[in-house]
Design a protein around this ligand. Structure first.
Ligand code: ZN
Length: 137
């Protein structure tokens, strides 16, 4: 298993507009993109930093994971994503070690990357995302 770095930090927000303003107005960052990810029932905005990205997630549906997260825990860090070289191999290796996964097959996340979530029971309550990009950034 090869983990290169923390790829991004996903933050669940009630309002993308309001949360983005902190990064643009106060930190002077430029948004690197915005897209709706139907699979996650969320709209996502990105802010790129040197080796990592902040991913702001706003729910598009009340039944989605972001809406449920905010309803139970409030706004805040939703997940931490680790970039891996090969997600299929990583999933297979973790399964072989008996690690509980939410996704036993990779799915497509924002920016077209392959992602899979590890069960938070395995990671001290932190939702961990594994992700594989197709280009080196
Ligand atoms: Zn993510």
């Amino acid at each position: 298993m090869k983990i290169s770095h923390i790829d991004h930090i996903g933050i669940a927000v009630k309002s993308l507009e309001k949360a983005s303003e902190f990064y643009t107005r106060f930190l002077g960052c430029k948004p690197a993109g915005k897209e709706t990810v139907p699979d996650q029932k969320a709209t996502v905005s990105f802010f790129l930093f040197k080796d990592t990205t902040v991913e702001l997630l706003e729910a598009t549906e009340l039944e989605g994971p972001i809406a449920k997260f905010i309803a139970s825990k409030g706004e805040g860090i939703h997940h931490i994503a680790f970039r891996v070289e090969n997600i299929e191999d990583t999933i297979a290796e973790l399964k072989a070690k008996g690690v509980r996964l939410i996704d036993e097959q990779p799915r497509t996340g924002a920016r077209g990357i392959k992602i899979a979530f590890v069960h938070p029971k395995e990671t001290s309550g932190v939702l961990m995302e594994l992700c594989q990009h197709f280009t080196k950034e």
